[in-house]
Write a protein that binds this ligand. Structure first.
Ligand code: NAD
Length: 703
């Protein structure tokens, strides 16, 4: 398909970008642009050129799927296109509507004039992928907006509405109404007034006290950038624009860009970007699967999760029937929802009127009959198969045919839950994370009988609620909690080996985890796991589920809520303070279990905990529980505080090299006391390592 169309309107050539959905600047489009500029220049009837987008707008920028492939460097690259435009003898006018981002904005900046209308979205968002604008954006934008405003846009990567920039020299004209008509009118005035082609590169950039200004910018950005190198590189590139001739500045921008392109942080962020796009594709569910309409939703249980789920739904404008067993529980749940909105009111991200509108979408009830006409029900009652059975049997009786019945269970077998109904094909797991109104992750659990359109509808609903949805098969704990189990056990094993909670937490936080496992335990409450272990011990008296945290719980140390857990807490503070009493409990427990304390290094801590995740992740992939390794990464990034600059556990393993990971897992497995259930190397890990492949290469067993 031709990626641009070329039409002549009187003496103006209109070159329209036609590369849906966002006119990304892939090789074919770049080639077509160069050809169009040549064609316009060799056509004596053409006096000016209008470059305009189609569909979503002007252009969303580079085609990031080309990064790292031969296409990215094949002639013409984006710089060649920009030179062809800039050197065009006939003036080229960018007509900017809709998205104009990244390479798209750089393309517009190389044109001789820019016109726009309200509603266009202007941005240089490369920093969000750990990069900087590498096709002159850092050199040309400051020449139009000034160093400070340009730097703000480049370092933040944020989107600015065109109307906010209407009075700046970025635009030569700003109109209302039809963009093409407006651009054609402007082109005719350029021809009529014989306005010379104007090149942004020729404009001066004067920054008063440049040295002090850029030093201040460096200091500020450094403090905010954390482990990411890109924001500081953006400052350096803009500093080059202010202190060097244009071509030398461009050269500096390129050097910095190439450096970032090779950085592990950018590789990780680009991986995450692509992972999010891949996650919504389900291997055996066609993209055009008809969806079931979701206009009204029932939520069962107004506790921690039911409340958060209700908020996610009403925030997306969906009416909710919220069902509880007792009026007190319903009142408590509604009061919590109201309270949770207070901080949004305080921060002014929500006003009283919209809050009232949202709350009005909730219909509280104690009566199942109120669920008769809902299109979807999400169950969030106690984690007990008996309670789930009662609820699903009741739903099966009242809810209309074709409605989707979802469970928020964390661990229970979804297929068994589905079997409580006469419509297992309509049953699915929607595993939200706490707090459900805040956390982006949604595990969509596909049962053995879940219908494809139910799955496709759930994925769409996730998007409507602004969530990142990942499909998981049925297993104990699904993707996230199943891996978490291995991670938590590895952390406890380290205590038995000789480490203390603070050492384990610090090493993992240094690695980049948002919070170490013992701090997480104190935050979530140690009593939850204790209750589970007691239940499991009663169910399987032959097995040992005990754990040193049982001793903490027996002493009433449930975590932050009791002022003491793995750490102690001063009243009203969440700051964890190491507690000698805990050290003593751990030492006694070690002795009782026959362990001798040894020195445990931070490297060993990270290796054991992260490799435990990876080994289990490999099994999950091999069993087809996850569709692709990048889905597992998304679960850990969005649900468990894994650092984005490491791209997720499976990507981290790929970057480390699977041979090294496999060797380390084998070494740990061979150590005395290592539980084979955790440490037996996953067959997939061993195989890929032997073949010199990565998890990303693995395409799964053909389903
Ligand atoms: P919760 O105890 O806070 O809330 C459960 C609510 O369900 C209570 O308000 C209770 O009154 C109500 N309820 C109990 N039986 C009911 C019935 N038969 N009909 C209607 N309402 C009933 O529990 P929670 O933390 O919100 O967990 C709910 C579910 O979500 C569980 O399956 C849990 O495993 C899962 N989950 C919890 C979390 C979490 O972090 N808390 C995260 C993900 C999933």
């Amino acid at each position: 398909m031709n990626k641009v169309t070329f039409e002549v309107h009187g003496d103006v050539a209109v070159v329209k970008l036609e590369n849906p959905p966002v006119n990304s600047l892939g090789l074919e489009l770049r080639q077509a642009l160069v050809d169009s500029v040549e064609r316009a220049n060799s056509d004596s009837g053409v006096k000016a050129v209008v470059l305009i987008g189609s569909g979503a707008g002007f252009s969303g920028g580079a085609d990031i799927r080309e990064f790292g492939t031969p296409k990215a460097t094949t002639y013409p690259n984006l710089q060649h296109v920009l030179h062809a435009i800039e050197d065009s003898a006939k003036p080229v006018i960018a007509a900017i509507g809709g998205v104009c981002m990244g390479g798209g904005l750089e393309l517009a900046l190389a044109c001789h004039f820019r016109v726009s209308v309200p509603g266009a979205k202007i941005a240089l968002p490369e920093v969000k992928l750990g990069l900087l604008p590498g096709a002159g954006g850092t050199q040309r934008l400051p020449r139009l907006l000034g160093a400070e405003a340009a730097l703000n846009m480049i370092v933040s990567g944020s989107t600015v509405a065109s109307e906010k920039l209407r009075a700046t020299p970025l635009f030569d004209a700003f109109g209302d109404g039809d963009l093409l008509e407006f651009a054609l009118g402007f082109a005719r005035s350029v021809i009529g007034e014989a306005k010379a082609a104007k090149r942004v590169r020729d404009l001066p950039l004067v920054v008063p006290n440049a040295e002090a200004f850029f030093q201040f910018a460096r200091n500020t950005v450094k403090a905010l950038a954390g482990p990411y190198p890109a924001p500081l590189a953006c400052v350096e590139a803009v500093a080059a624009a202010a202190t060097k001739p244009f071509d030398a500045g461009l050269k500096r921008e390129r050097e910095l860009f190439v450096g970032l392109m090779l950085s592990p942080e950018s590789a990780a962020l680009r991986h995450v970007f692509q992972a999010e796009r891949a996650a919504s594709r389900i291997l055996d569910v066609p993209e055009d699967t008809p969806l079931r309409p979701i206009r009204k939703v029932g939520v069962i249980g107004a506790g921690t999760m039911g409340g958060g789920i209700t908020m996610s739904l009403i925030n997306a404008g969906l009416p909710v029937v919220l069902l509880e067993t007792k009026q007190e529980a319903l009142d408590r749940g509604l009061a919590t929802i109201q309270r949770n909105y207070q901080s949004a009111l305080r921060k002014r991200t929500l006003n009283e009127a919209s809050l009232a509108q949202r709350l009005a979408l909730i219909t509280p009830t104690l009566d199942y009959a109120a669920l008769r006409d809902v299109d979807l029900v999400i169950e969030a009652v106690f984690e007990s198969m008996d309670v789930k059975r009662q609820v699903f049997q009741a739903l099966d009786e009242v809810v209309k045919k074709g409605a989707i019945l979802a469970s928020n269970t964390s661990y229970l077998n979804l297929d068994q839950i589905a079997s409580f109904t006469r419509r297992p094909e309509d049953v699915i797991g929607l595993h939200f994370f706490s707090p459900a109104n805040v956390m982006r992750l949604l595990e969509v659990v596909r049962g053995a009988k879940t219908a494809k359109d139910v799955l496709a509808t759930a994925m769409r609903l996730a998007k409507t609620m602004g969530k990142v949805a990942v499909v998981s098969g049925v297993c104990d704990g699904f993707i996230g909690n199943r891996m978490l189990g291995r991670y938590a056990t590895a952390a406890h094993d380290l205590l038995m080996a000789g480490a203390l909670p603070l050492e384990v937490d610090s090493a993992l936080q240094e690695f980049g985890m948002a919070m170490g496992p013992f701090r997480v335990g104190d935050l979530a409450g140690l009593d939850i796991g204790w209750a589970t272990r007691k239940r499991l011990s009663a169910e399987h008296p032959d097995k040992d589920f005990s754990n040193v945290s049982d001793v903490l719980c027996e002493a009433g140390r449930f975590g932050q809520k009791t002022g003491a857990g793995w750490y102690r807490y001063e009243a009203g503070s969440r700051n964890p303070i190491p507690d000698p009493a805990v050290t003593q409990i751990i030492e006694e427990y070690r002795r009782k279990k026959g362990f001798t304390a040894r020195q445990v290094s931070p490297t060993e801590i990270v290796e054991r905990c992260i490799y435990a995740l990876i080994n289990e992740g490999a099994r999950i992939l091999e069993e087809g529980i996850a569709q692709r390794s990048s889905d597992i990464d998304l679960v850990y990034l969005n649900g468990y505080g894994f650092p984005p600059y490491r791209g997720g556990p499976m990507f981290y393993a790929d970057q480390t090299g699977l041979q090294d990971v496999a060797r380390a897992v084998e070494r740990i497995a061979a150590q005395p006391g290592s539980d084979p259930a955790a440490w037996k190397p996953a067959a997939l890990l061993t195989r890929l390592a032997r073949q010199g492949q990565t998890f990303s290469d693995y395409k799964g067993s053909a389903k």
